[in-house]
Design a protein around this ligand. Structure first.
Ligand code: ZN
Length: 266
């Protein structure tokens, strides 16, 4: 029945009284409020959805399912998302930027172990969160391989999935992923996945701070992903015209924040 599965993409969750890892508007618009996240998950549960991790999704379960993914490795993965998901019996894959581990607002090594031992799937989101397409071959190999090795050292389980920081990637990412023993690569391209989708180029639909319940339900049901795609095409045209770092400066200017020297944490 479920020949197409939508993979949802979340980032840090926001809880009153707890500061986000970053304050710039370009980051904050990806931080879904904890209360909204909980409502979204309860809605899926009451509508009878099965919510699964990447590995389970790729078995294309016979019941109506969505896959849940989180990028970056904020500590809200464990503190906010995990308890809600656990209570509802939902699975998820958490993609971790290994270089952020143990820094303020992100998971510590022992929290990451807890997340894994609770039964959630852990994937790699690179070492330092660069735009992969901008890297030379040596740097790209390090980002993809060392993050995997580090996670496997910490967790003592194989790490089979990778997601691209900022959603950006090129043909090298696919072939290196295969060579390094990853089974999948998740991008930020807004499309559902089917048995015929290239597993090294899986689509995901981003859930943002301002995604309302109506849009959320449409996205899960694989309706209206073209709306997200329209925004994505506009972004990628701007990026292509300007190059990634100029694009970031422009985006920061448009959003009213000073240009940041930090890479985008998405
Ligand atoms: Zn990211």
């Amino acid at each position: 029945m479920s020949s197409n599965i939508v993979f949802l993409m979340y980032h840090e969750l926001e809880q009153a009284g707890r500061g986000l890892c970053q304050a710039d508007p370009g980051y904050v618009r990806y931080a879904v409020k904890a209360s909204d996240f909980e409502l979204q998950m309860r809605q899926l549960s009451s509508d009878g959805w099965r919510v699964v991790n990447v590995t389970e999704a790729l078995a294309f379960p016979p019941v109506r399912s969505v896959a849940l993914t989180f990028d970056d490795g904020s500590e809200t993965d464990l503190l906010i998302a995990a308890p809600i998901l656990h209570k509802l019996g939902f699975g998820a894959t958490f993609f971790i930027t290994t270089g952020f581990l143990n820094s303020r607002g992100y998971l510590s090594t022992s929290q990451l172990r807890d997340l894994s031992q609770t039964g959630f799937e852990i994937g790699s989101h690179s070492m330092s969160h660069p735009y992969l397409a901008d890297l030379d071959n040596v740097a790209l190999e390090r980002e993809m391989l060392e993050s995997k090795t580090r996670l496997e050292d910490i967790l003592a389980v194989p790490v089979a999935h990778f997601s691209c920081p900022g959603g950006r990637y090129d043909h090298r990412v696919k072939s290196l992923a295969r060579r390094f023993g990853y089974r999948t690569v998740s991008t930020s391209r807004s499309h559902a996945n089917s048995r015929s989708t290239d597993v090294y180029e899986l689509g995901r639909a981003v859930i943002m701070r301002d995604t309302n319940m109506h849009s959320f339900e449409r996205i899960c049901a694989n309706r209206g992903l073209w709306r997200l795609r329209g925004a994505e095409i506009a972004r990628s045209l701007a990026k292509r015209a300007l190059g990634n770092s100029s694009y970031d400066k422009l985006r920061a200017a448009v959003l009213g924040a000073p240009p940041s020297s930090k890479q985008s944490h998405r």
